[in-house]
Ligand binder design. Structure first.
Ligand SMILES: *Cc1c(COP(=O)(O)O)cnc(C)c1O
Length: 485
């Protein structure tokens, strides 16, 4: 199996080359030229632990990695960094499976892929004879930056520089980043918004002169964003894991079909589920859950993708997005390269395109009120507290059931700990918290949820601030040069 571009199938790469490149030269994304199928039965997989299962799944997609290389990457990533031995534990609340993907260091599902990406990159570099130091440049609006920092911190042969909007992230998110340890990490606030940071970073990637200068000094730029197959492939694993856990808990029998509901922004998480289904996992329907930025809901309902609309700031900020990059991969899988190239051209020229997709992916969305109500009502029924992103999925799932009468067993993919969004979560349950300090409210959430404040943020307020860099948005290039040269 090899990887090909979504806009041109003549662009090919091995898995390790695709991980190093991240994106095709023409702006397309890499997809498998032929979808691999799981070569073991569900019965053979059901008793494997997370790492063993990860090997069985990932080996199908990273075909130029040796068993030794892949097991090394997996074992280095999924260890005590996770505060649950199961890595991705599944609970059943109110008859619905909830797959908790937030037990890594940064309390969001980004850890599932960003814990292993540095090892996959290092291994890929060695396989391809790349002897340069890998420099990861990342712009973040909150979750990705911290997860990338944790993933790359102290990984030999790599450095990471993260830019975040100085006044545009939550207090917990900012503290998580500026207290980051690791000799190879660098964090810098930007006097500008997320778009400014993102644009500046993209400009650096395409600055041929700078890239050459750094190449001569032994540096090779790379990116940790979700278009890299090194982020997509590790995410396929937990769909298998959740399915098998549902069977082990007696919720289904091996072979039964289940549904997944996924809180979606960039379409990376749910696409990994769709690929798991293509690889043989018995899934009936994916419910693609959006917040009020419901561009995907409209697309799956009408076939029209239209980003020309107002951007809504919601309590689920990691899903506030109008251009879902990874959707391009789905478009290509159902309609081929030529069509995809035309659709992407239409997206960049007119901000929209039309395509009917009949893949049993149903769009649903939740308003801010429905999201808050979902947190409150599940809490009152079971005592379990959802984060705002997962609550979007929960509300969307309930709407789906009401509309479809589909009683298939369902797993909700839970993408963040409620402790990351303490204030919005508590205010959903009771508005007496509305004047509380977000950091002080952690102790309140502990009382309400009866889940201890996670170790990784327990002392966040008193941890030393190690990164005090702030830079003008038009000085990012000088900042990077100053750091490396
Ligand atoms: C990134 C993120 C999402 C969205 O995931 P996509 O892969 O972009 O669809 C949802 N919830 C949380 C908490 C996230 O950090």
């Amino acid at each position: 199996m090899k990887y090909i571009g979504t806009r041109n199938k003549e662009i090919t790469a091995t898995a390790s080359e695709a991980i190093l490149k991240g994106i095709c030269e023409d702006g397309g994304l890499f997809i498998p030229d032929e979808m691999p199928v799981m070569d073991k039965s569900l019965e053979e997989l059901v008793d494997l632990d997370y790492r063993e299962l990860a090997y069985e799944v990932m080996k199908l997609f990273l075909t130029d990695f040796t068993e030794e290389e892949l097991r090394y990457c997996i074992n280095s990533a999924y260890d005590e960094k996770f505060d649950d031995k199961g890595i991705a534990p599944l609970r059943v609340e109110n008859g619905v499976g909830i797959l908790e993907l937030f037990h890594g260091r940064t309390l969001a599902f980004k850890d599932m892929a960003l814990s292993i990406l540095p090892y996959l990159m290092k291994t890929s570099a060695a396989k391809n004879g790349l002897d340069k130091e890998i420099v990861i440049l990342t712009a973040t609006s909150g979750d990705t930056g911290k997860a990338a920092l944790e993933g790359f911190a102290n990984v030999p042969g790599t450095r990471i520089i993260v830019f975040f909007p100085e006044d545009g992230v939550s207090p917990v998110q900012k503290l998580q980043m500026v207290t980051q340890e690791g000799d190879n990490t660098c964090v810098c606030g930007i006097l500008g918004n997320f778009d400014d940071a993102q644009t500046a970073v993209k400009t650096i990637f395409t600055d041929k002169e700078l890239v050459r200068e750094l190449d001569e000094k032994g540096f090779n730029f790379s990116s940790a964003n979700s278009i890299n197959i090194g982020r997509l492939v590790p995410q396929i694993v937990y769909y298998f894991y959740a399915y098998l856990a549902m069977a082990k808990k007696g919720e289904i029998r091996l072979g039964d079909e289940i549904n997944f509901t996924v809180p979606t922004g960039n379409f990376g998480n749910i696409l990994a589920g769709y690929i798991a289904k293509k690889a043989g996992l018995p899934v009936k329907t994916f419910i693609c859950a959006s917040n009020e930025n419901k561009v995907l809901f409209d697309f799956f309902k009408t076939g029209v993708y239209d980003k020309n609309r107002e951007f809504v700031v919601t309590t689920s900020p990691s899903m506030d997005i109008l251009i879902s990059s990874n959707l391009e991969r789905l478009l290509c899988m159902v309609s081929g390269q030529e069509k995809t190239r035309a659709l992407m051209e239409s997206l960049s020229k007119e901000g929209k395109y039309t395509l009917e997709v009949n893949e049993n992916i149903v769009g649903e969305y939740a308003t801010e009120k429905e999201t808050a109500d979902a947190i409150k009502s599940l809490y009152e029924k079971t005592g379990y507290v959802l984060d705002t992103h997962t609550a979007v999925a929960y509300a969307a799932y309930e709407k789906y059931v009401a509309e479809s009468s589909d009683v298939t067993k369902n797993v909700i993919v839970s993408t963040a700990s409620p402790y990351k969004f303490t204030k919005d979560v508590l205010c959903s349950i009771d508005d007496k918290y509305k004047d509380g300090d977000p950091l002080k409210l952690m102790a309140e959430l502990e009382k309400v949820s009866k889940v201890a404040v996670p170790e990784v943020i327990r002392d966040i307020e008193t941890r030393p601030v190690l990164h005090k860099n702030v830079c003008e948005r038009d000085k990012i290039k000088e900042f990077v040069k100053g750091r490396l040269l």
